[in-house]
Design a protein around this ligand. Structure first.
Ligand SMILES: [Zn+2]
Length: 135
């Protein structure tokens, strides 16, 4: 038995999911159905657990964002770019970057985005994707 608690998938498997399979792996609460991209052992909404493996939507809306002008080495040729927090359709929040967005005027909360498969590191989004009405 492992001395540390284990979840349905690891951070490495989450990264492999979007880099190799183009999917976002998440977790789902067995009691209330809440979905999250944040690794955990119990539901942050109702406390139930253990959480189950779930596939998250590849589309969502921008919740917040900023423009990164000073980038780390692996992104230096892409700056400036947007770094955004995205609320995925059906639940779960994921942060990612948007190389095509280069100024604050191009992005606002509520804008539709979708996951992009890329050879570059990190979760990457682009503007667009089907419009989905909030329930
Ligand atoms: Zn729950």
């Amino acid at each position: 038995m492992s001395p540390e608690p284990a979840g349905p998938h690891s951070i490495e498997q989450f990264v492999q999911g979007y880099e190799q399979a183009g999917t976002l792996r998440g977790l789902r609460c067995p009691r209330c159905g809440a979905r999250t991209a944040t690794w955990g052992l119990a539901c942050s909404r109702c406390g139930a657990g253990p959480l189950e493996e779930a596939t998250l939507s590849l589309t969502g809306r921008v919740v917040a964002g900023t423009i990164v002008a000073v980038a780390s080495d692996e992104f230096v040729n892409d700056a400036p770019y947007a770094y955004v927090l995205v609320e995925l359709d059906g639940g779960g929040r994921v942060s990612g970057w948007m190389p095509a967005v280069r100024s604050e005027a191009e992005i606002a909360p509520g804008m539709r985005v979708r996951l992009v498969r890329s050879y570059k590191p990190g979760v990457q989004f682009e503007l667009g994707g089907p419009e989905v009405r909030s329930p």
